[in-house]
Design a protein around this ligand. Structure first.
Ligand code: AMP
Ligand code: MG
Length: 462
């Protein structure tokens, strides 16, 4: 049995639409994250395939679709909302932490617009493996509890594809866009109710809207610095995909860089490169400015509120830069604040040759980083200066994954899963959720793609 305690369902009318998942034809378990179930204190036997598919609603669940708005690629959409997901409810883990349990791909809701409310196996498995890798590296993120195949087809540009449902776990699914939904409607009462809810749930020591803004700015600065340090590109940093908890959310067209270049973009819909790797901190600031705009009406006298909110948003840059220096310093086993220029020299060398981001840093542990460069003399010169600082090898080994969920491997695993073979997915999952282990059996998963295997574009999770 799962013990739900649904605080969001107790929010006033207008926060969500009550809607049950739509049953599917022939649910089949693709993956179940037993370690996460244990961490959440969820009885594995209660996680039946019928429940995970949305065919059986567990006792105590109050399924609902959350309302939210959002800026998509800079353009404001006053109503988005959960169009293909339902929040089953919330649970409180043994350590007291509260989590949303959400089914994604569970059928239409009042927010579906023209969408079918479904997901296909590809994006479900991509989110599953990438979010669990992020968790293994200590990046704040939503988690993946289960993936089931529905037995139904969904229709996309590529034709008919096997449907799937992801069970997603989050500290909450409240986004910048949730605030925008009420702000754009001038609904002061609900904005205040949402703010109170979020403070109680995520930032209990914040004493009002301004303090909340400062906390979210700080949380996002840390999260984005961690993305950067892993070569992660989110791909759709719309305000509806930025979580107030600071967790990474919505792994649609996300990807990790193989060869390093700061302007790398994968998403097929990001034609201008708005959400390129190097732009992510600036976009975070832009999104946080939208969040601040929502909160200003709750912050007292307007002129002073605008000034305080602006200052809070400007607080992102120093926090982010400090986090960046700390993260990249750890990747090199040195004090990043004292040696920022050395970090940047290495990145410049890497960008010139599009050296493999993950292999260069992992290779600093075993002397193989040099092999990633054709300009060996350039690397050697840098390396002498680096070695002179006596880098801390234990710190390097912790900060740098040996394996990441590389695009080509994800796509191979999805292709096998579609063909009925989950073994490559399970192997990839094990390898990237133990990302620092030196393990000879997984050596091939640490390799960059051969030219013919390289994936240059990723597609949204629709
Ligand atoms: P995303 O770009 O994935 O963050 O989604 C943006 C909006 O489109 C959200 O409101 C989603 O719920 C909605 N959406 C995406 N895919 C579908 C779908 N297949 N059916 C219904 N709504 C969808
Ligand atoms: Mg989204």
């Amino acid at each position: 049995m799962i013990r739900f305690d649904n605080s969001y369902a107790r929010m006033p009318q207008g926060f969500y639409a009550r809607v049950d998942p739509t049953p599917v034809t022939a649910p089949r378990l693709l993956a179940l994250n037993g370690a996460l179930a244990d961490r959440l204190g969820m009885d594995r036997d209660a996680l039946t395939v019928e429940m995970l598919a949305g065919n059986a609603i567990p006792d105590g669940a109050v399924p609902l679709a959350q309302a939210y708005a959002g800026h998509q690629f800079g353009g404001f959409v006053p109503q988005l909302g959960d169009g293909r997901a339902v929040l089953l409810g919330e649970i409180v883990a043994p350590d007291g932490a509260r989590f949303d349990i959400q089914l994604k791909g569970s059928g239409p809701t009042p927010f579906s617009r023209r969408g079918d409310g479904r997901a296909w196996m590809g994006p479900v498995l991509r989110e599953y493996v990438v979010s669990e890798f992020m968790a293994a590296m200590g990046v704040p993120t939503t988690r993946a509890l289960a993936a089931v195949a529905t037995g139904d087809q969904v229709w996309r540009d590529q034709g008919g594809l096997p449907g799937a449902v992801l069970t997603r776990v989050a500290a909450s699914h409240i986004r910048v866009g949730t605030f925008q939904y009420f702000a754009v409607r001038d609904d002061r009462a609900r904005l205040q109710a949402l703010t109170d809810h979020v403070i109680a749930r995520h930032y209990p020591d914040a004493d009002g809207a301004l303090a909340l803004l400062e906390r979210v700015v700080a949380a996002q600065a840390e999260t984005i610095a961690q993305w950067m340090a892993l070569g992660f590109i989110h791909g759709v940093m719309n305000t509806d995909n930025m979580a107030i908890s600071g967790e990474t959310i919505d792994y649609g067209p996300c990807a990790f860089m193989d060869g390093y270049h700061p302007q790398t973009v994968f998403s097929s819909i990001d034609r201008q490169g708005r959400y390129a790797w190097a732009n992510q901190p600036d976009i975070a600031v832009w999104n946080l400015a939208q969040f601040a705009t929502c909160l200003i009406p709750l912050m007292g006298e307007e002129e002073a509120a605008v000034e305080a909110a602006t200052k809070a948003v400007h607080g992102f840059a120093p926090l982010y830069q400090a986090a960046w220096r700390r993260r990249f310093g750890a990747k090199l086993g040195i004090d990043g604040a004292a040696h920022q220029a050395l970090i940047e020299r290495l990145l410049t060398l890497m960008a010139t040759e599009r050296a493999d981001f993950t292999r260069v840093f992992a290779g600093l542990s075993d002397g193989t980083a040099r092999d990633e460069f054709t300009d060996r003399a350039g690397f050697d010169a840098w390396s002498r200066d680096w070695q002179a600082l006596s880098p801390d090898q234990a710190v390097i080994a912790r900060a740098n994954p040996r394996r990441i969920p590389r695009n080509h491997r994800i796509e191979q695993a999805i292709a096998s899963a579609v063909a009925g073979d989950m073994a490559p997915f399970e192997r990839l999952f094990q390898a990237v959720t133990h990302p620092r282990d030196l393990h000879a059996d997984w050596a091939d998963l640490a390799l960059p793609p051969a030219p013919a295997e390289a994936v240059r574009q990723t597609f949204c999770g629709t």
